[in-house]
Write a protein that binds this ligand. Structure first.
Ligand code: IVH
Length: 674
């Protein structure tokens, strides 16, 4: 593969993964299944292993979680909260045993196995026996301080019930929403017309992140502890002993935990829980196998993201059979035509499914599920439903005779031709005014990750368009209470609330607006980068493609998409119209940071925590300039590992030289070391 294309592929994977992590950890609103996420990670890991030259310390393969976001204070973990490496097959698990036992040079190894609970990771610290603080994982180094909320959780003791408490004990565990209570809550929500929570993990994450702890207290959250963080004076030399101590102290631990003297016992545990994974009152997505002895753990150590002394074995998603009723197509906001399957409702991993996307024409044809077929569906990671394929042995002759499904040639919403360009997987409705495109654009514009317009969901968007009250995105800002009252189901108060919600959304920062406009390939992460770099819509519109492409994390493909969007006259008009209607066109993130205004910095050698682009960006974000050669005008030279001749030149000219730590301090304070 050409170098450039490879680099781009790796960059795209890293960004996509960072985006998914942000949605999962910070927004509790993932858009891909765990299994799809794992596939992306595996792909990236394989590419990085084959091409060590593309190594980057900030790659998602070397980091965990997502940086804390939201209303909670970010607090540093005393000891980083790592993640776990995954295996999916007994062979991979065997390979882990071999590696582990080889590294321990034939010592006797005792393993301890636990269920892998699909909850929200938490670190709870006790100082002199008293609950000090509870932090979410965040990016593994810093988490969100959710102490008041965790205090409300039943079964989390405020004091350790020990005769003599250790000076410091940090326990790690999973906060989860018990399944029976989750089902009951969702049923109650449905009854009053509120949307269901997608899965128990999202419900737990949402309940834990309430600003008001009383709200958290209303939810029946539970904790199960499975790990040890920083500690002093703990009388345990192995995980089994640690679990005993904390159970005695009143902390909840998993009843399913079992120890084994050899790998065979572990395989038995894995198989037992594969069959029984739905027995406990929490979701189990695998088991975790750990080396019991702390001394052996120390010898094994950790990579930057996961310990070598533990491994997760993940079960494949649960599959069910059902009957395919039909295949429809939908037209999205970009005009893309997506086929999807509509089938008899079926309960998979705790929720009812009846629709699943088939992605595009090729995928649909490859799966070759036909209306009338018995099909297999699954819900990987309990987020996105998926059709695995038809059960061919059960296909009826008339279904066989009907032949494979074909993509329609005209749009079901406007009758315009559907077109598929050479070499592209996607098909498009050729009508740029297709009514369904506008519906999808409007629903997206109003959605949580975009302008977050309270009360403007899909159904309301549909009704507004059907009543011709809105003809383009800007139209929503002209809506009056009288307009809204024409819609079925709205009364004075609810109409006022919707209009208030719309007006309030005018104040969303630029990054939200960029997302809301639905520009191809510009999701939340990239929109934030762009908003931060350019600060105002005006600056974004004035920036040329090369300038945009040079922004770290954006790159040429997105730069082209953004320019194309801006240069399309009707988009430019839409942005002008939104501005005239008072929609905010700048970003908070970019409130000019001028810590380094007037500074000229030269970078030489490699840095641990920054790629070259990131270091440059960090200086530029603070109003400084980065140049490539050292002169008397240079304010400072940052000297990393294996520096070039620039270091010598700086020395000669008496320009201050900074190591990485001093550089970080400079970025924070704008000051040189004394
Ligand atoms: S031990 C150093 N044990 O799964 C990391 N983790 O995918 C040690 N998890 O970050 C983690 N059940 O939040 C461990 N029995 C268990 C677990 C468990 C769930 C979570 C944990 C971890 C994540 C990794």
């Amino acid at each position: 593969m050409a170098d450039q294309a490879l680099r781009r592929q790796v960059e795209a994977l890293r960004l996509a993964i960072a985006d998914h992590r942000y949605r999962y950890y910070a927004l509790s609103d993932p858009t891909v299944s765990d299994a799809e996420f794992d596939t992306l990670m595996a792909e990236l890991r394989a590419l990085e292993e084959r091409h060590p030259e593309l190594d980057d310390p900030s790659s998602p393969t070397r980091t965990v979680g997502a940086p804390p976001a939201g209303p909670f204070a970010a607090v540093r973990h005393r000891q980083p909260m790592l993640s776990l490496d995954n295996t999916f097959t007994p062979d991979d698990l065997r390979a882990w045993f071999d590696r582990t036992e080889r590294a321990l040079e034939g010592a006797v190894v005792r393993y301890i196995c636990e269920p892998k609970i699909d909850g929200v990771a938490i670190s709870v610290s006790y100082v002199d026996g008293r609950l000090e603080r509870a932090l979410t994982r965040g990016d593994g180094r810093e988490g969100e301080d959710v102490t008041p909320n965790v205090r409300t959780i039943d079964g989390v003791p405020g004091w350790l019930e020990l005769g003599e408490a250790p000076p410091l004990l940090e326990v790690r565990g999973e906060i989860h929403y018990p399944l029976a209570a989750f089902e009951a809550m969702n049923a109650a929500r449905e009854e009053v017309g509120e949307p269901r929570f997608a899965n128990p993990r999202n419900a737990a994450s949402g309940a834990l992140r309430q600003k008001d702890p009383r709200k958290t207290a209303e939810r029946p959250l539970r904790l199960i502890c499975h790990g040890l963080g920083a500690h002093e004076g703990l009388p345990a030399t192995a995980h089994s002993g640690f679990l005993e101590v904390i159970a005695d102290a009143g902390l909840p631990v998993a009843a399913e935990t079992q120890s084994f003297d050899d790998p065979e016992g572990v395989f038995g545990f894995v198989e037992y829980w594969r069959e029984h994974r739905h027995d406990p009152d929490y979701e189990i997505d695998g088991v975790v196998v750990k080396v019991d002895d702390f001394g052996q753990r120390r010898r094994l150590g950790a990579t930057s993201s996961a310990p070598r002394w533990a491994i997760a074995f993940k079960y494949p998603p649960e599959e069910r059979e059902t009957k395919l009723n039909d295949i429809f197509v939908n037209v999205g906001r970009t005009g893309k035509v997506t086929p999807f399957a509509s089938f008899e409702p079926v309960v998979v991993a705790g929720s009812t499914l009846q629709l699943a996307t088939l992605h595009n024409e090729d995928q649909a044809q490859m799966k070759d599920a036909r209306p009338g077929d018995t099909i297999i569906v699954r819900k990987a990671g309990d987020v996105i439903p998926e059709v695995v394929g038809p059960v061919l042995g059960l296909r009826k002759p008339e279904v066989q005779a009907a032949g494979p499904w074909r993509m329609p040639t005209t749009c079901p919403f406007c009758g315009s031709p559907i077109q598929r360009l050479e070499g592209e997987a996607a098909s498009y409705c050729t009508n740029i005014d297709c009514p369904n495109r506008l519906l999808e654009s409007l629903a997206h514009f109003a959605s949580r990750g975009a302008m977050d317009i309270e009360g403007l969901g899909y159904e309301t968007a549909k009704a507004l368009l059907e009543h011709k009250l809105v003809r383009n995105l800007a139209g929503v800002y002209r809506l009056t209470v009288e307009d809204v009252l024409q819609l079925e189901g709205f009364a004075e108060r609810s109409a006022q609330l919707l209009v208030d919600g719309i007006q309030a959304s005018r104040d969303r920062p630029l990054e939200r607006l960029l997302v809301g406009l639905g520009i191809r390939m510009i999701g939340g992460t990239v929109a934030r980068i762009i908003a931060r770099r350019f600060g105002t819509m005006r600056a974004v519109r004035e920036a040329d493609e090369v300038t945009i492409a040079a922004v770290s994390g954006v790159g040429p493909i997105r730069a082209r998409a953004l320019r194309q969007f801006i240069e399309t006259p009707r988009n430019a008009e839409l942005i002008d119209e939104l501005a005239t209607l008072g929609v905010r066109m700048d970003s908070e993130a970019a409130k000019r940071d001028d810590t380094l205004a007037g500074w000229t910095v030269v970078l030489t050698g490699g840095l641990e925590g920054f790629s070259r682009d990131e270091a440059k960006q960090a200086v530029e974000d603070r109003g400084g300039k980065v140049t490539s050669s050292v002169s008397k005008k240079t304010s400072a030279v940052v000297v990393g590992t294996d520096p070039g001749t620039k270091a010598a030149k700086a020395d000669q000219l008496g320009v201050p030289m900074l190591d990485e730590a001093a550089f970080v301090r400079l970025l924070e304070t704008g000051a040189l070391p004394d």
